[in-house]
Design a protein around this ligand. Structure first.
Ligand code: ZN
Length: 455
């Protein structure tokens, strides 16, 4: 589709149909990025204060958490007030979501549900306010403009998991949004030549996706063909996984365009975005980010706590993401007032399963199967996927309560559904374990996939 046609008509129509006033949010986000840094922070605290007051009266679960933390009377004026608020863990999200569902939709006739937990192995549902979704989408529009990208520009999306909707619906969505989606299987030799021919015909103006998949994509294009296939490329936006500085520089050389890091999570969507001067700016109009030390963190690092300033359906306030960031906040020369965040640690990267006869498949494809079980009501609090043989995967699950899993039924589910992703030659074992067992031998507590294959 012509980018200008997509930008001017199709995308506004989609926002309208989804009843999300994204375009109306643009001036607010655009103005906020250039405000004075102190004013941005003061406004964040003021809005957080309003948010806490709102949930104190609207959400009995949050009100109880405030009371337990001795913060039921707190008024947020500065950092000292802010740190009195309870830190929310993923288990709290489950409790908050259950409470809202039990109370019914009366107060919130519209919200969307997102499943979260892929990167830390403890799935939960998050209820998203449509106003918060619109502000996140608007933030992405503004941040992409920093790099010359507009709504409707042709996007090749390199994603590690299947679309949430059916294949036909996903293809229609891609066409309407002027994008083409590729997964790791599309970059493996049996499909590679066909995929590259499709990309070449499509002529992407930017790449968006998992860092490791964009890297794999760059490596798989024969060097003589790169300029021809990507002749319109203006930028590559890497998300979901850690990107190290040397890796970013190497990708920029390989692709011949700026490579930009987007930092976000499914609970609040976009958190920070790299500007052309290299600063990772927190989207100050939407989120408040703290780096908090519990004591176990490496020197100079703190836990990332995020607050969604727009979600009035479910409180995402001082929520522990499971990532680590430097305590020292870098400054950026670009003049934007939004605060900066140093390079984040803790995100998985390049976690691929070797599927017999198929090549590399991103481990998110199997995480998605676990999330489907959670959506069906199976009480899984944590999990780990271990590839211990070329043709064998172990799925270790921790129950969310005292009950025992139906291991035979779960084994049948993974064999049946997993076959479509990893082929018929992969064998599966499902086992029940405990959190303590899962911790043992873990290289990194945020890791959900481990490969024990010697390559
Ligand atoms: Zn900047």
């Amino acid at each position: 589709m012509n980018p200008s046609l997509s930008r001017r008509f199709v995308q506004p129509l989609i926002f309208g149909l989804r009843r999300m006033p994204v375009l109306a949010c643009l001036p607010r986000i655009d103005g906020s990025q250039w405000a004075d840094a102190t004013a941005v922070h003061q406004r964040q605290l003021q809005r957080l204060d309003e948010l806490v007051r709102h949930f104190r009266s609207a959400d009995p679960v949050y009100e109880r958490l405030l009371r337990a933390a001795g913060a039921d009377d707190v008024k947020i004026r500065d950092e000292a007030d802010l740190v009195r608020l309870p830190i929310l863990e993923r288990s709290h999200l489950r409790e908050l979501a259950d409470g809202i569902r039990q109370r019914g939709r009366g107060r919130h006739p519209r919200f969307s549900v997102r499943l979260t937990g892929g990167s830390t192995g403890a799935p939960a549902a998050v209820l998203i306010d449509p106003a918060a979704s619109a502000m996140s989408l608007a933030a992405r529009v503004i941040c992409q403009r920093w790099h010359g990208l507009e709504l409707g520009h042709r996007q090749v999306r390199l994603w590690g998991r299947p679309p949430a909707s059916g294949h036909l619906r996903a293809s229609l969505k891609d066409w309407l949004l002027n994008r083409m989606s590729l997964d790791s299987l599309a970059l493996e030799p049996p499909q590679l030549a066909r995929s590259l021919a499709r990309v070449s015909r499509f002529g992407p103006e930017y790449l968006y996706g998992y860092t490791s998949l964009i890297q794999l994509f760059a490596e798989r294009i024969p060097s003589g063909q790169l300029a021809g296939i990507l002749h319109r490329l203006m930028a590559a936006v890497c998300t979901s996984e850690t990107m190290l500085a040397p890796q970013q520089a190497q990708l920029e050389r390989a692709l011949g365009c700026p490579v930009v890091e987007e930092y976000g999570c499914s609970e609040v969507d976009i958190i920070a975005y790299q500007c052309p001067a290299g600063g990772r700016h927190v989207v100050g109009e939407n989120v408040l980010v703290e780096t908090h030390r519990d004591g176990d963190e490496p020197d100079g690092y703190g836990q990332v706590l995020v607050t969604d300033l727009n979600n009035r359906v479910m409180p995402i306030i001082r929520y522990r993401l499971g990532d680590l960031a430097p305590l020292e906040r870098p400054r950026c020369s670009c003049g934007r007032g939004w605060p900066c965040l140093g390079p984040v640690l803790g995100r998985s990267q390049g976690q691929y399963i070797q599927a017999p006869g198929r090549g590399l498949v991103h481990s998110q494809m199997v995480v998605y199967l676990v999330e489907r079980l959670v959506a069906k009501g199976v009480g899984i609090s944590r999990f780990k996927i271990i590839q211990d043989e070329v043709d064998h995967l172990r799925i270790a699950l921790v129950p969310s309560d005292q009950t025992s899993f139906d291991l035979a039924g779960l084994g049948a589910f993974f064999r049946r559904e997993g076959q479509a992703v990893l082929g018929p030659d992969m064998t599966w074992t499902v086992e029940q374990t405990t959190s303590e067992m899962l911790e043992r031998g873990r290289i990194n507590k945020f890791q959900h996939f481990e490969s024990r294959i010697v390559s």
